[in-house]
Design a protein around this ligand. Structure first.
Ligand code: ASP
Length: 290
């Protein structure tokens, strides 16, 4: 994904601390395209020596198989999971001058003018795309979908009022909501976020059936030796125990995985359950990459 978006930001925050533990500078390369699957395909085929690892997420390792019939990797089989880096609740956000300021007004507007509304996303299979498709199926709307190379650039257009709305990960949008540059209609979690105390949950805002959170996690190519995986996983765990690293993620609304959620085994299970969760949701919504 493009620089400045949620994947980039989380990779840099945990990468900073992991670099110190490992005594090796982790260099972030933003490989954008095809909802993150271009970067993941490339990294999955890299030398499995621990020097190329990747930040994957709910899209690349959960939603993508349902949307790309020719996906070059199997999220559950072609990786050595390292560990979960951060949970990222989904927030429904609009441009500042959108003609509605709460979810109810938004839904009314969509009923009357939905075909004139543009929804931004980070490419087919990305978090913003799959949670967006899911949102549209719940509210029965068909906005025009506008693809970006990441929600970093999509957010820029949202702030410039050139695109109408998106469903994005909190870490990307929280600062701009707090700064009043975009509007937040609801957060799709059972509870409000401590960084956005005034933003209602979807349920509080009157919408049933739309609760969804994303996650970001570190993976290595499949054949990476177990001792290398362990070293990387230990470095990730250490980063997540570091007060400064934690604060940087928490300040953006990120959710720090618990000790049991951070292990490679837990990540493997998460990937399997996410593929199983997203496949029927996206098929029912009629979404494909074509
Ligand atoms: N994670 C993507 C990004 O960094 C956005 C997405 O998946 O929706 O831009």
């Amino acid at each position: 994904f493009a620089a400045g978006g949620p994947t980039d930001v989380i990779a840099r925050i945990v990468g900073d601390h992991m670099s110190r533990t490992l005594g090796q500078q982790i260099v972030v390369e933003n490989v954008a395209g095809a909802g993150g699957t271009t970067g993941i395909t490339r990294a999955s085929q890299a030398q499995p020596d621990g020097y190329t690892i990747m930040m994957g997420h709910m899209g690349t390792h959960g939603a993508a198989p349902a949307l790309y019939p020719n996906l070059k990797y199997d999220p559950a089989k072609d990786f050595a999971p390292i560990g979960l880096a951060a949970g990222t609740p989904i927030v429904i956000v609009t441009k500042k001058n959108f003609p509605a300021s709460d979810l109810k007004g938004f839904l009314d507007h969509m009923k009357a003018n939905g075909d004139k509304v543009n929804m931004a996303h980070a490419g087919v299979g990305s978090v913003s795309h799959s949670t967006g498709i899911f949102f549209n199926s719940v509210i029965k709307a068909k906005p025009t979908m506008v693809a970006y190379r990441g929600t970093g650039p999509a957010l820029n257009d949202l702030m410039a009022n050139t695109v109408d709305f998106m469903t994005d990960q909190i870490v990307n949008v929280a600062p701009q909501i707090q700064g009043g540059n975009i509007k937040a209609l609801a957060i799709a979690t059972p509870q409000r976020s401590p960084v956005l105390p005034d933003v209602p949950t979807t349920k509080e805002a009157g919408l049933e059936g739309y609760e969804v959170s994303a996650w970001n996690a570190v993976f290595a190519p499949k054949a990476t030796p177990p001792d290398v995986v362990k070293k990387l996983s230990d470095a990730l765990v250490k980063a997540l125990d570091d007060e400064t690293t934690k604060k940087r993620l928490l300040d953006l609304g990120g959710v720090i995985p618990s000790a049991t959620e951070r292990t490679p085994e837990a990540l493997q299970k998460l990937v399997e359950s996410e593929v199983a969760r997203w496949t029927p949701v996206l098929k029912a919504a009629g979404a494909t990459a074509e």
